[in-house]
Design a protein around this ligand. Structure first.
Ligand code: SAM
Length: 467
């Protein structure tokens, strides 16, 4: 790879990779690493491995001591049915390492401040979904915000709400609110040189300085959002000291910060350095099979105080109404009987029905987002479920069709085709008119059942003809 001269000079001068500068520089000529993590909120490691190992469509190998991350060899994992089902999230293992093994408690509120496309949110959400924590995933860039929403929908996470706000606005809306704040900061991207060739062309010492300044600004807001005693996890995908260790010095100089115990996975593979008593880690591609990454783990001084009352959207937004008996009847005809804990959390606004989980962070001001998960709309007295509905509530539907990951039927469904019952293909129809297609027991998308016809409700924008 043609590395910028000034970059190589900086690396050599700082002897960044300790005694291995040459091995480090040679690693830039290796291809980027391909990996994914498993969505353990929807499938256990045992079930996934039992069903998926040995399938020709996906060769994979678990990363030692990781919490369900795997190297793989698929050329285009984004076309794989497991990807469509939200069973896996394609992510560089070094990026995964930052949050893997981080303990999350019930009721915890987490802010992922720079979240798109959603890799780190996904590592958090697979546990938050299970333990009853809630995540606000924020992205400033409008286009990337939409990608983030789409990824969270694909994964079917119900603990994540998404906002499109500047960090300074969030600091005004949520002072001392979050138990954990993750800042995976925009950076000069030196660790991504193998993956994104553009990051090589865009690199310059001036850009390193600009990124460093922007990181300080973002962190000032991040610290305001953090409760006393709360955890701050700062990461970048660059090796530049100005954006890594110097930023940790800035934090300890300007804020009351104390050390936090880092999670185990990164400790196993990364080079550790203490900066003003804070544990910081760098992952180098010649030492760990992954791209470049930096992470630091800090705690805001003080004790976590008792939770403030959570302002639930239904309490704040008076136009959100509980469903009437008539609406519930229409819903039951369409979907069959839903569990009470879901029904009690459905609200009506305009023509739409929203699902508001008990713990849900609602970015009420300035965000163009819905007041909860859009479950569908009432059209001419009938309920039309959304794709999000099938992803989040699909597991409760008693009308469903389980398809083989390798079979032609699943491919046809993901193409957008209608399926017809016949031979071994038979839907279970113990629920309402709408059902869900599943693979390995995990909801992929919806269908409407009409006398042996499986009418396709997989959204047009997600259909895949390359399978
Ligand atoms: N955490 C993401 C993941 O794991 O998939 C990757 C985040 S990426 C390294 C940094 C993100 O910060 C980008 O999506 C970028 O649009 C966003 N960003 C850019 N400027 C920002 C700012 N001033 N404040 C907050 N985020 C910003």
């Amino acid at each position: 790879m043609n590395l910028p001269e000034a970059f190589v000079k900086r690396i050599k001068e700082r002897e960044l990779a300790c005694d291995d500068v040459n091995a480090f520089l040679v690693s830039f000529d290796e291809p980027p690493v391909k990996a994914f993590h498993l969505n353990t909120a929807v499938i256990s490691k045992e079930s996934f491995e039992a069903c998926a190992y040995g399938r020709e469509s996906l060769f994979f190998e678990e990363i030692e001591a990781s919490d369900c991350a795997y190297y793989h060899k698929a050329e285009h994992i984004g076309h794989h049915p497991f990807f469509h089902a939200g069973i896996l999230y394609s992510e560089d293992p070094s990026a995964f390492a930052v949050l893997s093994g981080l303990e999350i408690r019930e009721g915890e509120r987490i802010l992922d401040l720079c979240a798109a496309p959603g890799g780190k949110t996904s590592v958090l959400a697979r546990n938050a979904d299970k333990c009853g924590a809630s995540i606000l995933a924020n992205e400033t860039d409008r286009g990337r915000y939409k990608i983030l929403i789409s990824n969270m929908e694909r994964m079917g996470y119900h603990s994540v709400s998404v906002s499109n706000l500047m960090p300074a606005d969030l600091a005004l809306m949520y002072p001392s609110y979050f138990d954990t704040v993750v800042v995976d900061a925009p950076c000069s991207g030196e660790g991504m040189f193998r993956k994104y060739k553009d990051s090589v062309n865009e690199w310059s010492p001036e850009n390193v300085s600009f990124c460093s300044m922007r990181q300080k600004e973002i962190l000032e807001s991040a610290c305001k959002c953090l409760k006393p005693g709360g955890r701050l996890i700062y990461s970048t995908c660059t090796y530049a000291t100005e954006e890594d260790e110097d930023i940790v010095r800035f934090l300890t100089d300007t804020q009351k910060m104390t050390p936090m115990d880092p999670p185990g996975f990164i400790k196993k593979y990364a080079s550790e350095e203490k900066v003003n008593g804070i544990s910081t880690f760098k992952l180098f591609p010649h030492r760990f099979k992954g791209e470049g990454q930096f992470a630091a783990y800090l705690k805001k001084d003080g004790e976590c105080f008792t939770d403030k009352l959570i302002h639930h959207p239904a309490a704040e937004d008076k136009s959100l109404k509980p469903l009437s008996t008539g609406q519930l009847k229409t819903l039951t005809e369409a979907l069959g009987t839903l569990p009470d804990e879901i029904k009690g959390r459905l609200f009506f606004k305009g023509n739409n029905i929203y699902y508001l989980p008990e713990r849900y962070i609602f970015p009420s001001k300035g965000a163009a987002s819905d007041p909860g998960f859009l479950m569908g709309g009432m059209i001419k007295g009938r309920f039309m479920p959304s794709h999000y509905f099938f992803k989040i509530c699909g597991r409760y539907l008693k009308t469903y069709l389980e398809l083989s990951p390798d079979g032609p039927e699943l491919k046809a469904y993901l193409h957008g085709e209608e399926l017809k019952e016949g031979g071994a293909l038979k839907a279970v129809t113990d629920g309402g008119a709408f059902g869900v297609i599943k693979v390995l027991g995990v909801p992929v998308g919806g269908f409407k059942y009409a006398g042996g016809r499986i009418k396709n409700h997989y959204p047009k924008g997600l259909r895949n003809n390359k399978l």
